[in-house]
Each structure stands twice: as C-alpha cells, then as structure tokens.
Design a protein around this ligand. Sequence first.
Ligand code: JHZ
Length: 394
Amino acid sequence: MKIKFLNLGKQPLANSFLSIIKKNEFFYNLSVSFDTENFLVSVTNPVNPKKQYTDQYAHRASESRTMREAFRSTANKLKKRFSPKLVMEIGSNDGVFIKNFLKENVIAVEPCKNLANLTKKKFKTYPNFWNKSLARKIFNKDKKADLIFSANTISHIPNIRETLEAIELSLSNNGVLVIEDPSLKSVIKTNSYDQFYDEHVYVFSALAISTITKKFKLRLFDAEEVENHGGSIRYYICKDKSKYKKTTRLAKIINSEKKSGLNKFKTFFNFSKRVKKSKKELISLLDRLKKNNKKIISYGATYKSTTVFNYCNIGTKYFDYVTDTTVNKQGKYTPGQHIPIISPDEGFDNSVDYAFLGAWNFKKEIIKKEKNFINNGGRFITHVPFVRILKKFD
Ligand code: JHZ
C-alpha cells in the first residue's frame, strides 16, 4: 500500500531552465509516498519521462571536480574488483564515467540526444530510454554485459519493474549491476527534502532495493555508503543464482536503516513535519536579512533548488540572481520562480553579502574555492541539515 506523507506543492520540472519567461510553464503537484510492501519511497504521480529527458537536458555530471574524481575512482575500483570485459552504462550523461574505460569495452545508453551526441563519436552510444526492447536489441544469447553501471539514473525511471527485468536480460551469469543513488537515510537524517523533484522518482534504501530486486531474479549482495550528492549508496546486485555472497557491510547498512525507521511510516510522517519547519525558518531568515538591506544570491542552479524555491516561494524578492558554472544554464531563468542565472565570474563578487548554497552537496569544494568571499565577510546560507548562516570555517 502506498501512503502519501509529503506535499511539496506545485512544482515546475527541475530541469526546465527558461530562455524567456513564458506564461504556459508546465507545473505538476509534487507529493511523496511510502510503499509499505516494498519500502520504496517515491514521487506519487511521476511525470512522463519524455517531457524530462529531452535534447535540452542541462545537467553535466563533469561540472564538479568532486564528481569527476569520484567517477574516476569508482571506475578503477570496479575494474579491479570485477575485471569486466563488456561494460554498459545506463544514463551516461557527458561520459564522465565511461571515459575511464577502453572504447571497445563500453556501451552507453543515454536518452537525452544532446548528451548522447557528446559521447557517440568515441563510444557506442544508444540515444534511447532503457527498457526491455532496447535490452533485446543490444544483447543476445552470446553477448551479455559483465558490468552494468548506473549512477543517479535508475532512481529516475518510473517503471522500476521493467528496468530490472531489462537488466536481468542483459547481465552475464556472474555479471554485476552497480547502481548509485542518493540514500534515503541521509535524506531523512539531513532533512534534505530538495532531493525530491520530478526526476527523483525514487529515493532508495538498501531495504527497498533488496526487497524489489528479489522479485526480478536478481539479488542485492553488497552495498557501500558514499559521500556523493550529500550521501548516496552504491548497490551491488547480481543474478539470483550467481556466485556472489552477501557481505557483512550490506547487513550492517540494512540493520542501521531499520534502526532509523526506514521501514515505518511514522518516520516519514515526522520528516514531513521537519520539512514544514525548515520552510518557515528559511523564509524568516531571508526576511530578516532583506530587512537589513543585504544582497543575497544563490550559488549553483541545482535541480534540488527548484524544489526549495518553489516550495518556499523564494524568488527575486530575496535573491538577485543565481550563479552557476554550467554554460548552458547561464543567461536563463530558474524554473517556476524565474530568478536570472549568471556566471560566477560575472556575479560572485564582494557586492554579495550572503549566498544560499543551492549546491550544498558540494559545500566542501565550494568553501575551499571561495575563501576570498568568506575572508571578505561574505557568508553562505544553508538549509541542510537545518537552516543557518554558516560560520567562517563551518
Ligand atoms: P548538482 C542533477 O541534480 C540532476 P542537481 C540529476 N537528476 C541528479 O540526480 C543529480 O544531478 C546527480 C553548479 N556548480 O550536481 C554546477 C557551480 O556553479 O548538485 C551544477 O549546475 N559551482 C541528474 O542539479 C550545480 O552547481 C561549483 O563550484 O541538484 C550542481 O548541481 C560547483 C561545485 C557546482 O545536481
């Protein structure tokens, strides 16, 4: 049974950065539910993926140094542990992961045509959505994948059942599926409700992945908690008859999720109360700073901040603009609230008193990079894990 626990109101698509402010912008109602049978937490009414993954897709996974390094080290680890001959990535974005492999060993699947175009010259790239018919087109009796990797993508596909069936069809007998997505435990613990937006159809836990994979002749045998994107889990899944044994670190993660109540509705109900409190506190902090004539901007035009801005109704009344290093976001407006986005070279200077950390998941990287701003008296604001102005060396 699916029970609703969080209502984040009317939201635009997190990726719909606008070149011109238009009247007929698409909005949907964002609410989140808990499925008591599979422990899956998901957006109650997912948006049609064809509306989301277009040839205008904005996010480039290579944009942060942290993620470039994380993908390189993950690729190296996986090569060492599994020595895969044939690797497929589902949702290969700008190629940040696959570029660590030899081109003859890699297949990329990426439905956003603008991104698929970035990798297709070097790697065999399918510009398609992942589903059973694509799996059958790529693989056959004699050709199977030894490693299927997918970071921040499986959680984006509404039809998890077909996704897993298609994966089961594609894996070799001892092949491994490695997926990485934001962790539900971290989201609940750090009150990062902005991890919920149209693309994050699911926020997974090991409990949920272990339950759902069993239904599709697959088995979760290992998992590790990683820092990426504010706390993620990397899951290792194999065919149910494969050689891999369940690890103790997976058992520990599942136990700690149970201790955190990720199998109980009450946990999510309490979370929703904390989310409402966070909204009130953020608005009251921004009101106070504005009354004192402070200039506030937002740092990083993230998809996550689409949820914060639209849920809290934060627009140009508070933020002069948003800075972002991604060239194809610059010169555009944020979805729904229409705050202008500019390059940090243009707008991140000493006239700024406060910068809201839209990209709070890169706090360490940003604080290191923006020492001058802090030394000159500028301060960052965050809402994770609670609303506050960061101290000089927080
Ligand atoms: P970042 C996207 O979410 C969308 P977003 C997607 N649905 C998903 O799951 C995650 O990624 C993985 C900028 N930036 O990674 C770059 C600076 O301007 O938190 C990015 O636009 N200066 C696929 O958008 C944004 O911030 C900097 O110094 O929530 C960060 O976006 C740094 C470090 C980043 O993901």
